[in-house]
Write a protein that binds this ligand. Structure first.
Ligand code: AMP
Length: 480
């Protein structure tokens, strides 16, 4: 895994994957789908299309709107099928060679792969593959898949893909594009990362219009209907024969990433049958019940804190106000050159709304505290705007452990909650009171009776340290 650049105090986000089969202008629809998934990664974007004879690709660093701004670029991506990816690196550095989808020429023809997640045995497999003579071109886990498919002794692409999937361990959602077998989607055996299947109306006659995406918000933007989630461990093969489902791993249970509900996913998405927005407002309500406090205003840290702050406000009866305003037009890098300028960075993204905060007892609602840098700066800003008291309420349990399943959280030594007691965290952040939602409260908000009941359906390793997938590359360094 790469380490975070010095300029960033935040962990990396995941990636977004999207694919569409059997529609005209597949690449343009893919660009729209990626645009809706932009929150899952802003570092780079790429699309590979197939026109029945040849593959076409365009990839670049930057936002989807920047990489695919040019009409010439789009018209150079013809075909009725396309897959795309946007990335905020979890493994591999910021280089164009690490931009997905990856495309490879095999003995059986071309294959493009878009991948969201992290393999926990990528390093181990990679060393073995390099010893066998495989030459790697990128630093991405995805390339391990590509090589495993290439050297598999099975005859068909699908058998080779299954062969590869049985050798990797980790959390991933994968979309591949092949000339003969069509578009193939695959979700890891425990379904940690999301993947949904949708369909655009109007293409039924030719068995077309099929869509795969990380989240349902990417179906909505192209007017596709949600069909279902791809099941954990399921392979869906989409071509002129329709959708074929294969389950090579059998039923291993499900451990969907609970942090998707808390922070990652877009609030208008429905994941695993649950609205992300509803989940967040319910967690906010739960938090208000668990850690009520006398206050004048409930203020979200935008944007991620907004639905839960609405829930907190509704439950507590204290008014919801926009005490922090977010500027959405923040460039990523030009704030970095000097420490002085870098420290102003948080004000580029968030600014305090004095008219709401001055003289008030404020409850700030945010989704998580990772290193504590953001919270500290926001609290300072809120106090400087005249708040009389500042109380922080967090809609996740304390983040005490690193994620090895697709979210590049910093190492444990940099996680505030791993190193400090609640009281020390409160002091470090500079608030009057600090509270996190309890484990049981989190799962009650998701519709279970407690963590025992709900926890076995989710991965909450970043809070609990219980890693459901063996951390092969880390063995020896971590208990597992
Ligand atoms: P920190 O300053 O490290 O404590 O960052 C915490 C803030 O980062 C919270 O306000 C979250 O909204 C946000 N955050 C939490 N997890 C992630 C992540 N994996 N990637 C990007 N931002 C995150």
């Amino acid at each position: 895994m790469m380490s975070l650049p010095e300029s960033s105090s935040r962990p990396y986000e995941e990636c977004g994957v999207f694919g569409v089969w059997g529609v005209p202008d597949a690449a343009a629809l893919t660009a729209l789908g990626l645009h809706a998934l932009q929150h899952r990664g802003q570092e780079s974007a790429g699309i590979v299309s197939f026109d029945g004879n040849a593959f076409h690709q365009h990839k670049g660093l930057g936002l989807v709107g920047e990489v695919f701004a040019d009409g010439d670029v789009m018209s150079a991506l013809p075909g009725h099928v396309a897959i795309g990816h946007n990335r905020y690196a979890t493994a591999g550095g910021t280089h164009v060679r690490n931009v997905q989808p990856l495309y490879a020429d095999y003995a059986f023809g071309g294959l493009a792969v878009a991948h969201n997640g992290n393999l926990t045995n990528a390093k181990t497999l990679r060393q073995a593959l390099v010893r066998r003579g495989c030459i790697f071109h990128s630093a991405m886990d995805t390339e391990v898949f590509v090589h495993l498919i290439a050297i598999s002794l099975y005859n068909t692409v699908i058998d080779r893909l299954m062969d590869a999937a049985k050798q990797v361990k980790g959390a991933y959602s994968l979309i591949t594009l092949t000339p003969d077998d069509g578009m193939i989607g695959l979700r890891d055996p425990l379904g940690v990362r999301p993947l949904v299947l949708g369909r655009m109306p109007g293409y039924e006659e030719d068995n077309g219009g099929w869509v795969l995406a990380s989240e349902t918000c990417a179906l909505d933007i192209i007017d596709a209907e949600y069909v279902r989630d791809v099941e954990p461990g399921e392979i869906v093969v989409i071509n002129a024969d329709g959708v074929k489902s294969l389950k090579p791993f059998g039923d291993k249970g499900r451990r969907f990433c609970v942090f998707e509900y808390i922070y990652f996913a877009r609030p208008d998405s429905i994941l695993e049958g649950k609205s992300v927005y509803d989940a967040r407002t319910q967690i906010g309500r739960e938090l208000a019940r668990e850690s009520a406090i006398d206050a004048d205003v409930i203020v979200p840290v935008p944007d991620s804190g907004v639905p839960s702050a609405l829930g907190y406000a509704a439950e507590s009866g204290i008014p919801f106000e926009l005490g922090i305003i977010r500027n959405h037009y923040v460039g990523r890098t030009f704030i970095e050159p000097t420490d002085q300028i870098r420290n102003l960075g948080v004000r580029m993204k968030h600014s305090a709304n004095r008219s709401v905060l001055e003289g008030r007892r404020v409850v700030l609602v945010d989704d998580s505290i990772v290193r504590g840098t953001t919270s500290r700066k926001i609290v300072d800003m809120v106090r400087a705007a005249g708040a009389k008291e500042v109380h922080m309420r967090i809609t996740s349990p304390p983040t005490k452990h690193s994620c090895f399943y697709g979210i590049d959280t910093p190492e444990e030594s940099k996680l505030l909650a791993a190193q400090h007691s609640l009281e020390d965290m409160r002091k470090a952040i500079g608030v009057d009171t600090l509270a996190f939602v309890s484990f049981d409260g989190l799962y009650q908000a998701l519709g279970y009776s407690d963590r025992n009941d709900g926890g076995r359906n989710y991965c909450d390793a970043c809070f609990s340290g219980e890693y459901p997938i063996t951390l092969v590359d880390k063995m020896g360094k971590l208990v597992q």
